[in-house]
Design a protein around this ligand. Structure first.
Ligand SMILES: Cc1cc2nc3c(=O)[nH]c(=O)nc-3n(C[C@H](O)[C@H](O)[C@H](O)COP(=O)(O)OP(=O)(O)OC[C@H]3O[C@@H](n4cnc5c(N)ncnc54)[C@H](O)[C@@H]3O)c2cc1C
Length: 386
């Protein structure tokens, strides 16, 4: 009996699970231990068509639904959340280009992303984390291009990224830009104190721009609209962050189940204790609920309906239950859950980190709150002459 049956076509998920087992699972522990970017796995996933599942076929992608994207992130995270995190920064960069990039930008970057181009999505700065409405990174028009100065920090995947999507403030407001790594005046800097205990896919590197020049066409969407573009893109990627939470929770569940089935105490299998069954019952209920929420959010994304609500709910809930699942799995496995070589501490560290990265749980609650205000309090009627 399959506890977590495919939520999209069985053939797609069967192939995906086999590919993940072959190229991601073997490097999962080492990627986490050494905190290195899983370049080979990311390239191998691209070669199998997983890095641009959602990108239209005319731009070299798979042209599939968000539910397929969710399946990819769920299954990759089941083996390695750090590898799924490497894919999410690629997704974010592809998504903002897909939604708002000029035809020239799409043509320049999307086919490369489908072939395995590594990308980072850099909004955060040392002084601006959750609040990116004002930034210290500035971009000004300079002849036939943009001149950019500033430093983005805490950039996931930046040790390997070949393309950075960044936010910078222009005279018209915050704007989004595509900045290739090899842009003159751009450099990556390993900032001390930015290694994290979870989602370890290489050091979080700063991206310093010192008079970096990019062509005018590297502006993504309209000047001054960067926050809206970036936040909408984050709304999309939050569904996938939710899928990562589900993948981690499933891995914790399966790991604990494998132990509880085999281990005996007081003359019976650990799984036969009712107290232990209750842990599994709670985990299964949480995972089922989160899985349904995440795939439902993906369907809303495909239909363009109430996206900020469902994506925030998906990430908020899935990240919370993945922390709870990892914790219960450790409890069930007793000392075996605590040993360094077991994967459970990785699950717990990855799950906890995702309650902050990609939009903290507080910011997600704010987003849901704002959605409710809009939905429940109708705008004041306009008075004549106003
Ligand atoms: C593993 C990891 C990877 C990351 N990768 C990237 C990346 O690739 N690109 C990138 O741009 N950034 C990245 N970040 C940065 C991340 O987006 C920020 O850490 C996050 O936005 C929170 O910002 P902060 O840490 O500066 O916290 P702050 O904004 O300083 O907030 C501190 C606390 O206050 C809460 N808070 C802030 N504002 C509000 C509010 N309005 N209402 C209620 N509570 C509030 C926060 O939720 C948090 O609990 C990453 C972070 C981590 C941990």
């Amino acid at each position: 009996m399959e506890l977590f049956p495919p939520m999209v076509e069985e053939s797609f998920v069967a192939r995906l699970r086999a590919d993940v087992a072959a190229v991601v699972a073997p490097i999962a522990a080492k990627t986490d231990r050494d905190d290195v970017y899983p370049l080979e796995a990311v390239r191998a996933l691209a070669a199998r068509g997983y890095n641009a599942v959602h990108v239209p076929a005319e731009n070299g992608g798979g042209g599939k639904s968000f539910s397929h994207c969710v399946a990819v992130f769920e299954e990759v995270a089941y083996a390695s959340a750090a590898t799924a995190t490497s894919l999410i920064t690629i997704f974010q960069s592809a998504e903002i280009l897909k939604l708002y990039g000029s035809p020239a930008l799409k043509k320049r970057f999307l086919p490369g992303i489908a072939r395995g181009l590594c990308c980072s999505y850099a909004m955060t700065e040392a002084a601006h984390g959750s609040d990116v409405k004002h930034l210290d990174t500035k971009a000004v028009r300079d002849g036939d291009g943009w001149r950019i100065d500033g430093e983005k920090s805490f950039v996931t995947s930046a040790s390997a990224a070949e393309l950075f999507v960044i936010l910078a403030e222009t005279p018209a407001g915050v704007s989004a830009f595509a900045v290739p790594r090899d842009t003159p005046g751009a450099q990556t800097i390993t900032a001390p104190g930015s290694a994290t205990f979870g989602l370890r896919n290489g050091p979080h590197v700063n991206f310093r721009l010192n008079g970096a020049r990019v062509p005018l066409e590297n502006l993504i969407g309209e000047e001054g609209h960067g926050v809206r573009l970036a936040v909408t893109t984050l709304d999309h990627s939050r569904v996938l962050a939710g899928a990562i939470g589900v993948g981690i929770a499933r891995a914790a569940f399966d790991g604990a189940m494998a132990f509880a089935r085999e281990r005996s105490a007081f003359g019976q299998h650990v799984l036969e204790f009712q107290g232990i069954q209750w842990y599994f019952a709670d985990m299964l209920t949480d995972i089922d609920a989160a899985r349904n929420l995440v795939y439902d959010a993906a369907r809303h994304l495909d239909e363009g309906k109430q996206i900020e609500r469902y994506s925030s709910e998906a990430k908020l809930f899935a990240s919370r239950i993945s922390v709870a699942a990892a914790e219960k799995a450790i409890q069930i496995c007793g000392a075996r859950g605590c040993i360094e070589d077991a994967p459970f501490s990785r699950y717990l560290r990855d799950a906890k980190t995702y309650e902050i990265a990609g939009g903290s749980s507080e910011i997600l609650r704010n987003t849901i709150g704002k959605f409710l205000l809009k939905a429940e309090i109708p705008p004041e009627p306009k008075t004549a002459g106003a």
